[in-house]
Structures are given as structure tokens and as C-alpha cells.
Design a protein around this ligand. Structure first.
Ligand code: ACO
Ligand code: ACO
Length: 150
């Protein structure tokens, strides 16, 4: 598997990005402002993440997704490790990520990779998303904020 920067001439894998975020408006904004990286396996795009510089010395993984067929095989962890290395190389001191209160597996993965919970953006998903989101039988309302000192 190879992870590389998406070229400006290439179409972003919106179908994958939508797995992580149902808002196409947010996705287009992140694609415009951030750097997109893709994971390729046998010529097919199987994973993606977007890294966004948010403040001086701080960047955030604002979207990360792996094709459903390949989930649970370690690709997400490799994408996170790639993002961590890039953020360090870019001279950043802090890497952030956020996910829904209902995203139990994602919260486990991010903490296994070294992120620590720093806060809760209460009702983020209620304020910003038209449709209710449910996952693992839990109503997704709040964004759990995590960060890593680099
Ligand atoms: N309890 C404990 N651990 C869990 C659980 C759980 N319920 N679910 C998953 N995990 C762990 C696994 O054990 C594994 O850990 P390990 O590496 O120690 O074995 C890890 O989480 C999963 O690792 P990967 O196989 O590397 O992850 P995957 O390739 O499936 O990618 C991802 C993870 C990106 C979240 C993928 O499942 C996906 O695309 N999901 C749908 C989109 C999504 O939710 N994206 C994130 C939204 S938040 C955001 O974009 C910032
Ligand atoms: N992802 C999604 N849902 C999950 C997961 C998961 N990884 N793990 C459990 N659940 C859900 C189940 O689906 C079930 O939901 P449902 O009722 O909608 O089907 C629910 O959690 C479990 O419900 P019960 O079967 O009623 O729970 P149980 O009788 O197992 O009691 C308890 C829960 C008390 C936490 C028990 O497992 C236990 O004693 N664990 C060890 C001690 C412990 O951790 N106690 C809590 C510490 S915090 C405190 O004490 C304040």
C-alpha cells in the first residue's frame, strides 16, 4: 500500500470522504483549504485523509476514511501515522482530531495512536447537521476533541 498526496488534477475520493462526514459542504471546504492524502492498493484508492493547518503550529485531521471493504485491516492506523509524521515534518507542535460521541471504534483507534481527549464541543452535530446521526445505537450530538503533542 502506498500513501501519497492527491494531485490537483485528480478527483478527490468524495465517496470515501462522505463515510467520515455526511456534509458535502464541509468536505468541499476542507478539500479547498487542506492537503489531501490517499492510500492506494493495486491502483485503487482505499483510504483518504485531509490535513488542515488551523492555527500557527497546529493542524487537524479533519477527515479520515477507509473503504468499507478494507476497514479493520490496519489502513486507518497507517494513515494516522502518516499524518503524524507529516505534521512533525511541517514543524507543528500539536495535531488535533475530532469525532462524534457515538464513534466508539474511532475513539479507541485515535487513543491507541496517541491522541488524548481534550474537550467536548457540545451539540456540534445538532447545530451543524440537518439530519440526526445515530451510530452504535447512540445519538451523535457532541464532538469529542482529541489532540497530540508532537
Ligand atoms: N473497541 C475497541 N477498539 C476498536 C473498536 C472498538 N469498538 N473498533 C475498532 N477498534 C480498533 C481496532 O481494534 C483497531 O485497533 P488495532 O490497530 O490495535 O487492532 C483499530 O480500532 C482500527 O484500526 P484500523 O484497521 O487501522 O482502522 P480502519 O482501517 O478501519 O480505519 C476508520 C479506521 C478510518 C475510522 C475506518 O473504519 C472508517 O473509514 N470508518 C468510517 C468513516 C469514519 O468514521 N471516519 C472517521 C470519522 S472522524 C474524522 O474523520 C476526523
Ligand atoms: N459498542 C456499542 N455498544 C456497546 C458496546 C460497544 N463496544 N459495548 C456494550 N455496548 C452496549 C450493548 O449493545 C448494550 O446496549 P443495548 O442495551 O442497546 O443492547 C449495552 O451496551 C450493554 O447493556 P447491558 O447488557 O444492560 O449491560 P451489562 O449488564 O453488561 O452492564 C456494565 C454494563 C455494568 C458496564 C457491565 O458490563 C460491567 O459490570 N462491566 C464491568 C464493570 C464496569 O466497567 N463498570 C462500570 C465502571 S464505571 C462506573 O462504575 C461508574
Amino acid at each position: 500500500m502506498k500513501i501519497r498526496s492527491l494531485r490537483h488534477s485528480e478527483p478527490p475520493p468524495r465517496n470515501l470522504l462522505l463515510l467520515a462526514d455526511p456534509s458535502i459542504e464541509f468536505i468541499e471546504d476542507y478539500l479547498n483549504r487542506g492537503e489531501t492524502y490517499i492510500a492506494e492498493l493495486n491502483g485503487a484508492v482505499v483510504g483518504v485523509y485531509i490535513l488542515l493547518a488551523t492555527r500557527p503550529g497546529t493542524c487537524e485531521i479533519v477527515n479520515i476514511a477507509v473503504s468499507e471493504k478494507y476497514q479493520g485491516e490496519g489502513i486507518g492506523r497507517k494513515l494516522l501515522q502518516h499524518a503524524i509524521e507529516l505534521a512533525i515534518q511541517g514543524g507543528n507542535r500539536t495535531l488535533e482530531i475530532g469525532t462524534g460521541n457515538s464513534s466508539i471504534g474511532q475513539l479507541a483507534l485515535y487513543q491507541k495512536c496517541g491522541f488524548r481527549i481534550t474537550g467536548v464541543d457540545r451539540d456540534f452535530f445538532v447545530r451543524h447537521y440537518k439530519e440526526d446521526i445515530h451510530e452504535n445505537g447512540v445519538h451523535c450530538r457532541d464532538m469529542i476533541r482529541l489532540s497530540m503533542d508532537l
